[in-house]
Write a protein that binds this ligand. Structure first.
Ligand code: CIR
Length: 253
């Protein structure tokens, strides 16, 4: 998969009022803005044109744009956030995506968060989680199949989203939490397991020739160094405080 564009959204001044279970304390907005800026520059380094949306002040979690849509080569699917506090964010992203793709929507009673969707080439893994329900997954699978993509469902029990613990590394490799290892849907992949104490580090983002990796997880870093993919290591401290990871800060297509 080759990407040329990204959409991101700057964190707003009320960013710390978003949803969190992390127990890591209140994020520092000045530092979050700096980390976001470095993140955007890294996307540019990977060859992407980065469109930066202004904060959406009614939605403190709106910086996590990944959750609002699933963008493929031919179609953008506007998600329907699983947490009612985030519902409405998807409308603000629809406007931005319409410039690039035809858009279709996930409809009630379906719910889908983009963080539950992991693409590997022409296949999509759809996490069934506290945010994405079976009806949302059914609708998404049906839309994707009309555009030539296959999909399989993966139950997510221990994390917020599928991609909190399950990510594509390219070349038929996945970086996963151990909980997913026995899943028959991934038996044909080379599965690299993230050490339990570094669980957060499983959320990596493959962009063209690079891999974005979170700073502060030395065991995972040394595993990833062996893959011979140029790594970009980023400090994510202020996004982790709000349960966010590297992938959720952008839509890439
Ligand atoms: C939420 O709970 O929805 C946000 N505070 C974090 C969303 C993180 N999104 C992602 O990992 N894709």
């Amino acid at each position: 998969m080759n990407f040329s564009n990204a959409i991101v959204r700057k964190p707003g001044i009320n960013y710390s009022e978003g949803i969190t279970t992390s127990g890591l304390g209140k994020p520092d907005i000045t530092l979050a803005l700096k980390q976001h800026e470095v993140y955007c520059r890294s996307l540019e380094k990977c060859g992407l044109f980065v469109e930066k949306l202004e904060p959406a002040f009614s939605f403190p979690d709106a910086v996590f744009v990944e959750d609002t849509a699933i963008v493929t080569e031919n179609i953008a699917v506007i998600a329907r956030p699983g947490d009612p506090r985030r519902r409405g964010e998807e409308n603000t992203i629809e406007k931005a995506l319409k410039k690039y793709r035809t858009v279709v929507r996930i409809k009630e009673p379906g719910t889908v968060d983009g963080g539950d969707i992991c693409q590997t080439e022409d296949h999509f893994f759809i996490g069934i989680s506290g945010r994405t329900n079976h009806e949302g997954a059914r609708q998404l699978k049906s839309i994707l199949s009309q555009y030539g993509y296959s999909a399989s469902l993966i139950e997510v029990h221990h994390t917020l989203h599928l991609k909190s613990g399950f990510n594509d590394l390219g070349n038929n490799r996945l970086l996963i939490h151990e909980q997913f290892l026995d899943n028959p849907a991934i038996k044909n992949f080379e599965n690299i397991i993230v050490p339990e104490k570094e669980a957060y580090a499983a959320n990596v983002v493959r962009i063209n020739d690079h891999l974005l990796v979170s700073d502060g997880f030395p065991e995972t870093l040394s595993i990833l160094k062996q893959l011979n993919i140029p790594l970009i290591v980023l400090d994510m401290s202020e996004f982790r405080k709000m349960d966010g990871g590297l992938s959720c800060l952008s839509l890439r297509f």
